[in-house]
Design a protein around this ligand. Structure first.
Ligand code: SAM
Length: 471
């Protein structure tokens, strides 16, 4: 691995960064160095994206924090690429993120002066991404918020909602307040405002539940599990607080914060660019989200930047389950139905992995032959992940224009004690699809809250690999 040193923006402070040309110059100077170093040595280059765009703050900015989401991409990575004139020379280009999650890339595309489209299998992610990139009037939102709260407080009757296991996760008082808020939001709001207040409502659901805030998948706080009396007392107090939490008050303050965030979009994004979530599956990118929509035209996208899921590493649907329940998104489809669309899922019945998956690429096939002997399920989880990622990469190739770039951010993993070189395998598959590898960068993840080690056969990821392909 090669390490590159660089001098970036210490000459410019945040306020003077109005000059997007200057940012592009700095970025392209670094990129040119990376391209030639990679062309020469064909070795991954170690970088730190937080340093490469060191004028970008770590903290909350614009609508990035309207709702939490697991394994969010750090904004520094898309900012670096989206502001490069080498990669995206024209303003108002069309950017695609086929695994858009909560919309980090879509928002940063708008901020960089480009339009964006995204896909995601998780309906909660699609809703957050939509709201994150929608401009709304602060004054109107404040009025609507006041009406919602007034109406919610006046309701006497609770309309029961179909939220699975609701008493397990919430106190009686919380269930009443959430039900009233949900009903008031739906009776008062329509269109973009409805989406905005549903996302704000959803952003407090986990906070007022008995789910452990330190874990992405809901697990009920259990003080009795701890022998340490200090921890036990702290958790018992937390439960007492949660029994009588002021949900409507929390919704009110969260609404104020989100209104403030959304109102910032108006002055920084142009009306000529738009963002839209167009599909629920990266393997089939459509013109819009309607189930009968036509496929997006081939050769129509100017740039792709995306952070796909890892094999067996994040349970996106499970971690959104409390919100999906309250938002009524689990009425027609179950969590299992949603999970089936998820690349990297872990649940398979035995009948699904009778036949081993092969790629006709010896590097990959030899790896799976070894793992199959030890753990056929893990071999299937990972080989099917690669198979499905190959379809997604091939769809990216189809929609991208010739001579344009595609950036994939991915990490290695571990399977049954063996290194699973996701980045290398995705690179091999992308090259087979037709992409040319222009550059490979590695960034060590300092703090992502990205993965928790969940079992003995899968493992924690600590580096991100950035693969830059050209069609
Ligand atoms: C690493 S996350 C992306 C996070 C995103 N960059 C952000 O900042 O919020 C990967 C995403 O891929 C989505 N996903 C999984 N399978 C998918 C599929 N078949 N099509 C589209 N999205 C999928 C997951 O729901 C998850 O949101």
């Amino acid at each position: 691995m090669t390490t590159q040193t660089h001098q970036t923006s210490t000459i410019i402070d945040n306020n003077s960064m109005g000059s997007s040309d200057l940012k592009s110059l700095i970025i392209d100077r670094e990129l040119t160095k990376f391209f030639s170093a990679y062309e020469e040595a064909k070795k991954p280059i170690e970088v730190d994206f937080r340093e490469l765009v060191d004028w970008v703050p770590y903290s909350d900015s614009y609508t990035h924090y309207i709702h939490s989401y697991p394994a969010k991409l750090i904004k520094h990575i898309p900012i670096f690429f989206l502001n490069s004139k080498i990669l995206v020379p024209e303003s108002k280009s069309l950017v695609l993120d086929p695994f858009c999650g909560s919309g980090t890339v879509l928002l940063e595309s708008l901020l960089a002066g480009h339009s964006a489209i995204g896909c995601d299998a998780n309906p909660l992610a699609r809703l957050i991404a939509k709201v994150k990139t929608t401009k709304l009037e602060a004054e109107e939102l404040h009025k609507t918020k006041a009406s919602i709260i007034l109406k919610a407080k006046r309701f006497r009757k609770i309309v029961p909602l179909n939220v699975v296991n609701v008493e397990h996760w919430f106190s009686e008082s919380t269930i009443k307040q959430l039900s009233k808020l949900y009903r008031a939001i739906n009776e008062i709001c329509t269109g973009k405002e409805l989406d905005f207040f549903l996302v704000t409502f959803s952003s407090i659901v986990k906070k007022v539940s008995y789910a452990d805030p330190n874990l992405s998948v809901p697990v009920k706080i259990k003080p009795e599990k701890y022998v340490n009396d200090v921890i036990k007392d702290r958790l018992e107090n937390k439960i007492k607080e949660l029994n009588n939490v002021d949900v409507i008050g929390l919704f009110s303050s969260q609404s104020d914060k989100n209104i403030n965030r959304v109102s910032l979009l108006d002055s920084v994004t142009s009306n000529d660019v738009t963002a839209e979530v167009v599909s629920g599956d990266a393997r089939k990118i459509t013109k819009n989200i309607d189930c009968n929509s036509e496929l997006l035209d081939s050769n129509s996208v100017d740039f792709i930047v995306t952070s796909p899921p890892y094999a067996g590493a994040q349970k996106y649907i499970r971690s959104s389950s409390l919100s999906l329940g309250w938002l009524g998104l689990c009425e027609e489809k179950s969590l299992r139905d949603y999970e089936k669309l998820n690349i990297g899922r872990e649940h398979y019945s035995k009948s699904e992995y009778v036949e081993p998956i092969r790629f006709n690429l010896s590097d990959i096939d030899v790896f799976f032959e070894e793992v199959e002997k030890e753990n056929p399920l893990r071999a299937h989880i990972n080989s099917n992940y690669l198979k499905e990622m190959e379809s997604a990469v091939s769809e990216m190739y189809r929609v991208l224009k010739n001579d344009k770039y595609c950036v994939i951010v991915i990490g290695n993993n571990e399977v049954c004690g063996r290194k699973f070189e996701t980045q290398k395998y995705i690179r091999l598959l992308a090259e087979r699809v037709g992409f040319y590898t222009k550059l490979v960068l590695v960034d060590n993840i300092h703090s992502r809250g990205l993965m928790t080690k969940r079992n003995k056969t899968a493992s924690v990821i600590n580096s991100e690999w950035i693969l830059v392909f050209k069609k």
